[in-house]
Design a protein around this ligand. Structure first.
Ligand SMILES: [Zn+2]
Length: 326
């Protein structure tokens, strides 16, 4: 239960949660070195832009001090140097709490804590368009829904730019699919996909037949800090930015986990349109399919529905669940 004790330190308002390096748990082909990774909660003014950001992690990236921050109005993340921020400005905290990000984070982490599908399931404002998300739960190295990513990337021509897509990634998938991950990064670099990396936990445990209360992240004995942080570190090592979104494996959670996401400044992301379950997307839906090849019927159904979905509007970045671009 050491993990929960660690987590409780965060909940108790401890600013810093020291974490050992995860170097042994990720692919050897590292591009960046992440050390001294810590969970923080600081509201700061960005000196160059005057924007308010919520700093959520501190680290050394290739030896240089960096904060991972969420822009509280754009709801996007970036890495900044400490000297680029003023974190003593008392106005920043008030502006965070009233911001899109603050309201979304607090609004998505309150009672009643349903076991299934807690968190944001669809846009909280009227929008024309949909939010496409693909889960990369652990899967054998031979499996991958490449046709999904290829078909969505192909829409970039008619959509007039990279197609936004939330990709919910696990450490377990990444460890088996270094080449596929590189393909997704290449689609971004080619301007075809704009990926928002959603944390989907490190191990993503699942045992068929077990009740929800003992399954997925509710499996006894997990280290919750590791489940959250290992994926973030793995992304940063590969030059990718973790977003402020977390998707619970199986969409199963409890109050402890939701409280923990709040302590980590992460918004739980559910779905109101899990395609393989026949849930029909409407404008503003968070659409869920599996990109790991484990649910091919969902991908087939999505690709068949694409013309109808496109008529509802373009695929939008998850940051716009709470309002238009800023
Ligand atoms: Zn999953």
């Amino acid at each position: 239960m050491g993990g929960w004790l660690q987590a409780a330190r965060v909940l108790a308002g401890a600013v810093v949660l020291l974490v050992a390096s995860r170097a042994g748990a990720v692919e050897p082909a590292k591009r960046h070195r992440v050390t001294g990774f810590e969970v923080v909660q600081m509201d700061c003014m960005e000196l160059a832009t005057g924007r308010v950001v919520h700093a959520t992690r501190a680290m050394r990236l290739d030896g240089a001090e960096r904060y991972l921050v969420t822009d509280v109005e754009a709801v996007t993340t970036r890495l900044v140097a400490p000297e680029a921020l003023d974190c003593q400005e008392p106005e920043a905290e008030r502006r965070f709490e009233a911001s899109r990000f603050g309201r979304a984070l607090f609004g998505a982490t309150v009672a009643p804590y349903p076991t299934r599908n807690d968190g944001v399931q669809r846009a909280e404002v009227p929008v024309q368009g949909l939010f496409l998300t693909a889960d990369l739960c652990p899967a054998p190295a031979s499996k991958f829904a490449g046709r999904l990513f290829a078909a969505i990337a192909d829409l970039s021509g008619e959509q007039g730019g990279p197609v936004p897509m939330g990709v919910a990634i696990t450490g377990g998938w990444l460890r088996n699919h270094a080449g596929r991950f590189a393909e997704l990064v290449a689609l971004q670099q080619a301007g075809k996909l704009a990926v928002t990396w959603v944390n989907h936990s490190d191990a993503h445990p699942f045992t068929a037949g077990l009740p929800d209360g003992e399954n997925f992240l509710l499996t006894p004995g997990l280290d919750p800090s590791r489940e959250i942080e290992a994926v973030e570190i793995a992304l940063l090592e590969r030059g990718q930015l973790p977003s402020p979104f977390f998707r619970f494996p199986g969409l199963v959670s409890d109050q402890r986990w939701v409280d923990l996401l709040l302590a980590y400044s992460l918004i739980p992301l559910g779905s109101d349109a899990w395609i393989a379950y026949g849930q029909e997307p409407t404008a503003g839906s968070v659409v869920l399919v599996h990109g790991n090849g484990n649910e091919p019927q969902g991908v087939t159904s999505l690709l068949r529905q694409l013309p109808r979905l496109q008529a509802l509007g373009p695929f939008l970045p998850l940051a716009q669940l709470f309002g238009g671009p800023l």
